[in-house]
Design a protein around this ligand. Structure first.
Ligand code: PSU
Ligand code: MN
Length: 304
């Protein structure tokens, strides 16, 4: 019933038992402008290959669930405007109606699990938005992490979110939040925040073992590996705070709500930083891809 299509590269990797890393596509359609979105997607895929794993970018095209996109498909997705943003609620509906859409962290986790992929690299996960006490805007990504057994490597959560509330919800949901190589929870464009991360690990092998241990215990859900942006690429939190505040005020004033909030804020911050937010975003996604590949290799070594 499910029209699943693996790219030739992903198919060969599965047959040979090689490590595979899933990648989302909303970051391509809604997270970055063209052509940097496609250029970044290609660089990230190559980073994963260079690190000894195989990339599997996930998207729905004409109702078919693609795990691994070829060059033309990636380019078409990156150029298209008005592509649907598919989260948990939208994925099946889009596939059933023959639609085309880009997958968020939540939907990418669902597709990765279905295809037997256990690790996934992205930029930042969705979380609890500022003002959630009135808007109730909490990303489905958090609930997905609680129920789908995929380890997600992200640079923490975007500083456009309410980070303390995001960590609280993840704790309530029983999601392991693991800072990689440091004690504090990274804040996307900034390597550190004043929030301590609940867990810390310093090598990919331990992350892979913890993933396997959850499965052995029969626990549903995945892990969030919060990998700090390399220091040379970061934008100081103090510099970003007023920019984020202005972007949020603009979003409120224009009545931006629901799925449109994250893309609107990212675009406003991109303009206010003269593109530096995008340069940092590219650097952190590539950094996450390399770590995810290392974790995938360790998972393969464990025989998972
Ligand atoms: N990170 C980015 N750009 C993005 C996103 C993350 O740098 O566009 C996307 C991811 O796909 C994430 C989604 O899953 O935003 C969260 O959206 P929402 O808050 O509507 O659940
Ligand atoms: Mn939302």
């Amino acid at each position: 019933m499910i029209d699943l299509h693996l790219s030739a590269e992903v198919h060969a990797a599965r047959v040979a038992g090689k490590p595979v890393v899933a990648l989302e596509s909303t970051i391509i359609t809604h997270g970055m402008p063209y052509p940097q979105n496609v250029e970044t997607a290609r660089l990230v895929e190559q980073d994963i290959r260079d690190a000894g794993a195989v990339p599997a970018t996930i998207a729905v095209m004409d109702g078919r669930l693609h795990v691994g996109l070829d060059t033309e498909q990636l380019d078409a997705l990156g150029r298209a405007s008005g592509v649907a943003k598919l989260s948990r609620a939208d994925l099946a509906a889009c596939m059933a109606s023959g639609g085309t859409g880009a997958t968020t962290v939540a939907a990418t986790m669902i597709a990765a699990r279905y295809a037997g992929i256990e690790v996934f690299a992205t930029g930042g996960i969705g979380g609890v938005h500022k003002g959630a006490e009135t808007s109730f805007d909490i990303s489905a990504d958090l609930h997905e992490l609680a129920q789908t057994p995929v380890t997600v490597v992200a640079a923490g959560a975007k500083a456009i979110l309410d980070l303390p509330k995001t960590l609280e919800v993840l704790e309530t949901l029983g999601v392991p939040v693991i800072a990689f190589g440091q004690d504090s929870f990274p804040a996307f464009w900034s390597a550190t925040s004043d929030l301590p991360a609940p867990l810390r690990m310093d090598d990919a092998a331990t992350v892979a073992r913890a993933h396997a241990m959850r499965r052995a215990l029969g626990l549903p859900g995945g892990q969030l590996v919060a990998n700090p942006i390399p220091e040379a690429d970061q934008i100081a939190a103090g510099e970003l705070a007023p920019i984020i505040e202005r972007a949020q005020a603009q979003a409120d004033a224009r009545g931006i709500a629901g799925k449109a909030v994250t893309p609107f804020l990212l675009q406003a911050i991109f303009e206010a930083t003269a593109g530096r937010s995008l340069t940092a975003n590219i650097a952190l996604v590539r950094n996450n891809a390399r770590l995810a590949a290392a974790i995938a290799r360790e998972m393969s070594a464990l025989g998972s």
